[in-house]
Design a protein around this ligand. Structure first.
Ligand code: ZN
Length: 351
């Protein structure tokens, strides 16, 4: 059987000091794994974080928070970092244009070295930042470069990055539809749209004052299994192991999904869902892309649990193997519960 190689596999190989060019001839690469390899070859480097900073010129040695002030300053204006500053400004503009941020709200961070991150300043609209507005901080949030003061919410981004080393970039903003779910304390229901199932893994972090270590800890507790975290009574934070644009895409996907679900729920007909088996297929793709999800390894009957959301949205569990599983007949929740109870009983006797 041909081997499917994901970004996660490649990162694992690099971590273990293996040469990624030694892949089997017939190995199949996922699209992001192909991009990852291409980037790796063009930079001649071995890790995504350092890959990003050496895009146009390679600093002779790795810069850290312990480097001299002159070294840190030179690093901060190096072509690789300048490119990442432009990416942050671009994402900021898109957040503002889509009304995901209001006033001076929202913040963005990219890990640029083992213990350094580039981030947005406080008190500025994310739609109108210039590269020279950005800040460089160490992993404790101490500002090392940049003339504007760094955002107070950087602590949350850093706590996330410390907890999950795969995080390359994170985006925090207040998109109205997702934030509405966060205010209501409701996780968006699942099994409705493939894009959302494959690219987003949502959880809710309880409310704490923004910018406090308590808030950061509650979010960091969720980043191992979730890449889009609703912050109760506040907004959303997303992260990516690939790029800041990818972290932003997660936000777009979540927001579009929350909006669609809300509209669908107002159309006067029960909302239809995909079947657990169809969801399982999507989860396989997700796992190959190296995206976390707490549902890996669950049985099909345990997927698509929308009970917490709203009556009338139930999983399209096929009632008979040969029947139409596209969900043309809305399933009866009571009958489903009964079938599940009986199945569980039979299964427990078989053990
Ligand atoms: Zn905020």
């Amino acid at each position: 059987m041909k081997q499917v190689i994901s970004v996660r596999d490649l990162e694992e190989m690099l971590r273990n000091g293996k040469d990624v060019r030694s892949l089997p001839e017939d190995a199949l690469l996922t699209p992001s794994a192909r991009d990852f390899l291409r980037d790796l070859e063009s930079s001649g480097n071995s890790r995504p974080a350092s890959r990003a900073m050496t895009m146009n010129s390679s600093p002779a040695k790795a810069v850290t928070s312990r480097s001299t002030k002159a070294e840190v300053e030179a690093f901060f204006i190096s072509p690789g970092i300048q490119e990442l500053k432009l990416q942050i400004c671009d994402v900021g503009r898109r957040l503002w244009q889509r009304a995901y941020v209001d006033g001076n709200g929202g913040n963005i961070a990219i890990k640029v070295a083992d213990d350094l991150a580039l981030c947005t300043p406080t008190l500025i609209s994310k739609g109108f930042m210039k590269p020279e507005d950005l800040c460089l901080v160490d992993m404790e949030g101490n500002q090392l470069a940049g003339t504007k003061k760094r955002t107070s919410e950087i602590l949350m981004h850093l706590q996330m990055m410390k907890r999950q080393p795969k995080i390359l970039a994170s985006v925090h903003c207040h998109p109205p539809y997702s934030t509405a779910f966060a205010v209501a304390g409701i996780e968006p229901p699942t099994c409705m749209i493939p894009e959302f199932e494959v690219f987003a893994s949502v959880a809710i972090a309880p409310y704490r004052t923004p910018g406090t270590p308590e808030m950061g800890k509650l979010v960091a507790d969720l980043v191992d299994k979730h890449n889009t975290i609703l912050m109760a009574n506040h907004g959303v934070v997303s992260w990516s192991h690939l790029s800041v644009e990818d972290a932003y895409f997660k936000m777009e996907i979540l927001e579009a999904y929350c909006r669609t679900v809300l509209v669908a729920s107002q159309l006067g007909k029960p909302v239809k869902t995909m079947s657990p088996q169809q969801l399982q297929d999507l989860l396989k793709i997700k796992q190959n892309l190296g995206i976390p999800d707490p549902r890996y390894g669950l049985k099909e009957c345990e997927l698509c649990d929308n009970d917490g959301w709203r009556p009338g949205v139930t999983c399209a569990v096929p009632s008979a193997p040969a029947s139409d599983s596209a969900g043309s007949v809305p399933p009866d929740p009571e009958a489903e519960a009964l079938v599940k109870a009986i199945t569980d009983q039979i299964m427990s006797r078989m053990k």
